[in-house]
Ligand binder design. Structure first.
Ligand SMILES: NC(=O)c1ccc[n+]([C@@H]2O[C@H](COP(=O)([O-])OP(=O)(O)OC[C@H]3O[C@@H](n4cnc5c(N)ncnc54)[C@H](OP(=O)(O)O)[C@@H]3O)[C@@H](O)[C@H]2O)c1
Length: 339
């Protein structure tokens, strides 16, 4: 029997997680929660998802719009084994009480604090610790992208210290409210950006400091990563280690992928749904060892890199698969990730 998954918060992340869950053979979507009868709610019903809403009052507005609504979130939670909460950050505390009332496991996203779930998740770094848990938080897009690189490097060579500059997209492509539209904004001005401490919620022993800059783009984040390793190695060692990771795609600027724009074009040319790039795009020819330190550039598609991690978190928490490597391969195969 397939595991029953509910999605609360059907926006940028929630709608992608819903489609990724629906693509797996061991889990299914039992319903998604929309607060408003928007075009996304209409498309959800067209895709065959049952749409629920978060209050009795909202049912009336769905009925008025003609979009079929199956009931309230309480009714949905009674049918679910687990809920993926992809509501805007900081709503998690309120919803946690509801999930507990219905005895449903929950996966939150990076907009919530680590303390809400008490466990932060990354598929490669700590899958086995999530097996059977009731609550977990998939860390943010940037943190996920960083851990995919830091975890294997630390395991193989040991990280003495990591220093990261994150050039962050201002907002997502579908958002018309946020900016900047013509500026570079140190964010925050004073150390630290939250990404280093967030990495430590999964890899507590890594000495990492990060700074962030908000940039006038919506496509992807770009990371400039500088790492001092404990053991000596050469550039080819790093290429073979990181090139062998299941969710890192090595690209070469000589092939014409010189920017986040071309990285997104690659995703579209691969025929990815919504033009998503689930893997880190890591420039092979940026990997340099200079004066004993490693440097590299990678781009992170903020709308989608956490999506396969959510699928693995569900599989671990429900005990559908106890081996993280097997879950990663299963998720990747179902989505068509061949990095
Ligand atoms: N976007 C990213 O780059 C990104 C990357 C990684 C992680 N995250 C994290 O993922 C989470 C969701 O972010 P997002 O970017 O997907 O946000 P989003 O695009 O704004 O989607 C959130 C959705 O939640 C719905 N919602 C609003 N209030 C709600 C409520 N009270 N109950 C239920 N649903 C409600 C909204 O849809 P309706 O009001 O139409 O129902 C909205 O579409 C956050 O924790 C965020 O930090 C985001």
């Amino acid at each position: 029997m397939k595991a029953k998954v509910a999605i609360n918060g059907y926006g940028t992340i929630g709608k992608r997680v819903a489609d990724a869950v629906a693509a797996q053979d061991d889990m299914e979507i039992v319903g998604v929660v929309k607060t408003r009868p928007s075009f996304e709610a209409r498309i959800a019903t067209e895709k065959g998802y049952d749409v629920y809403t978060n209050s009795q009052e909202n049912i009336a507005s769905f009925n008025k719009s003609g979009i079929e609504v199956s009931g309230t979130i309480d009714e949905l939670l009674d049918k679910a084994d687990i809920v993926v909460d992809a509501t805007p950050g900081n709503l998690g505390g309120e919803y946690k009480k509801l999930y507990q009332k219905h005895g449903v496991k929950a996966v939150w996203q990076g907009g919530e604090d680590h303390e809400l779930a008490g466990f932060s998740f990354n598929s490669e770094a700590n899958y086995k610790d999530a097996v059977g848990l009731d609550f977990a938080r998939v860390v943010s897009c940037n943190t996920t992208g960083l851990i995919r690189v830091l975890y294997p490097l630390d395991k193989k060579y040991g990280i003495r210290k990591a220093r990261v500059t994150l050039m962050r997209r201002a907002t997502d492509p579908g958002d018309i409210k946020k900016g900047p539209i013509n500026a570079l904004v140190p964010d925050p001005v004073k150390l630290p950006s939250h990404h280093g401490p967030d990495v430590n919620s999964i890899l507590p022993n890594i000495d990492i400091t990060s700074v962030g800059v908000k940039t006038s783009t919506t496509l992807m984040h770009l990371h400039a990563v500088n790492i001092e390793l404990k053991q000596t190695c050469v550039e080819d060692d790093i290429i073979s280690l990181l090139g062998g990771r299941p969710r890192i795609r090595l690209v070469n600027s000589k092939d014409g992928i010189k920017s986040t724009a071309e990285a997104m074009e690659l995703a579209k040319d691969l025929g990815r749904p919504r033009g998503d790039m689930w893997e880190n795009i890591l420039w092979k020819d940026s990997i340099s060892i200079d004066k004993g330190e490693l440097y590299l550039f990678q781009a992170i598609h903020q709308e989608s890199d956490v999506v396969p991690e959510n699928v693995d978190a569900i599989r671990a928490m429900l005990g559908l698969e106890k081996d993280g490597a097997k879950s990663i391969m299963k998720t990747n195969k179902a989505l068509g990730i061949t990095a």
